[in-house]
Design a protein around this ligand. Structure first.
Ligand code: NCD
Length: 344
């Protein structure tokens, strides 16, 4: 394991992550990736610690990935699913968290459909003066740090498997395409990719990429907005907004596609899924605009044939979707290890 100092007690957002923190996560994940390639894929690092997965919203890969990561570190795991819990009897979120605290939980992995719930639980734990760490596994439309970190790890290990590090992405062009408005994955990825020195090109129809989105990013990063052309807009030298797909794909090194989050759409934001696919769906033909060895990512779950064509999704020449899922376990082991190793 790399020797490192890690001072962060909760992982709630990537907005203030430092280069050193990104690199520590990447290097630690690389050593766990090596552990996962052994015959015995388990280490005793978190023996005796309790990791509680508090998923107040549905999940397949994130929940299973955190559970497997905790088990591979020899932690004891508790799994909570809102639909079958005492929340149906009126128990509050904070009382639920305190119940898990009373059972000796060391790390709470929290997902909720409302932004800010992991922060509220973390604040309550701090107020109580307990050494419980909270890890945000996706809160509303706000952030999904572990997904962005596993996306970063997937890309960096592709470029340099022996030594994944943030600077490998400097100058690369990365397109993020799709339902950016509702995407916590996009928001977390924007922080990590901008920190790496990459150029980030967002592309979506105006209803899914309001210009206001740029203000959110530029306000938080202190950048000043400057209008460029009508179909594109660049609020900071590394971030570009496009209301057409082509300028985002032109010479891109990586394309991140996002699911149309129909469950979060409160209005009719699109004429039809067919038209959306025609204009913004990623296909092999459209990838010809990109660099020849372009790779495509998607956090899953995928609407096949909507944001990405079914054949492209399954094409190992272009698609990194399965390696994202595989990387997820190593990256989450790294995060649990970094939060948990100080608690022994
Ligand atoms: C994402 C999520 O839940 O935010 N999925 C995931 O965690 N792998 C993206 C999505 O739901 O579309």
């Amino acid at each position: 394991m790399p020797t490192t100092t890690w001072n962060r007690h909760h992982i709630l957002s990537l907005a203030d992550f430092t280069t050193a923190e990104y690199d520590t996560v990447l290097q630690t994940a690389a050593s766990f990736q090596e552990v996962l390639s052994r015959r015995t894929k388990k280490v005793p690092t978190l023996q005796g610690q309790v990791v509680a997965n508090l998923f107040f919203e549905s999940s397949t890969r994130t929940r299973s990935s955190f559970e497997l990561a905790a088990k591979r570190l020899s932690a004891d795991t508790l799994n909570f699913a809102a639909a079958t819990s005492s929340m149906t009897k009126g128990e509050t979120i904070l009382d639920t968290a305190k119940t898990y605290l009373a059972m000796g939980t060391d790390i709470m992995v929290v997902r909720h459909r409302e932004a800010g719930v992991p922060n509220a639980i973390a604040a309550e734990m701090d107020r109580l003066g307990v050494r419980v760490s909270v890890l945000n596994a996706g809160d509303g439309q706000h952030e999904h740090p572990s997904q962005a970190l596993l996306d970063l790890f997937t890309i960096c290990t592709l470029i340099d498997p022996a030594s994944p590090r943030l600077e490998l992405l400097k100058g690369k062009k990365i397109a993020i395409v799709g339902d950016i408005l509702h995407s916590r994955v996009a928001r977390s990825n924007i922080w990590s990719l901008i920190a790496s020195g990459a150029e980030v090109h967002l592309a979506a129809p105006p209803t899914l990429l309001p210009k206001l989105f740029a203000e959110y990013i530029s306000e938080e990063s202190g950048a000043r907005s400057q209008e460029s052309e009508v179909r594109s807009y660049s609020p900071n030298p590394q971030l570009f907004l496009h209301w057409q797909l082509e300028p985002a794909l032109q010479n891109a090194d990586f394309v991140m596609t996002l699911r149309l989050q129909k469950e979060r759409m409160t209005a009719h934001l699109l004429p039809s899924l067919r038209e959306y696919h025609q204009l913004f769906g990623i296909t092999r033909t459209k990838l010809q605009l990109c660099k020849p060895n372009v790779k495509v990512l998607h956090p899953g779950p995928v609407n096949r044939g909507v944001e990405i064509s079914s054949e492209l999704m399954d094409d190992p020449e272009f698609s990194l979707i399965q390696s994202q899922v595989t990387s997820g376990v190593a990256v989450r082991m790294a995060l649990l290890y970094l939060l948990g190793s100080g608690k022994a």
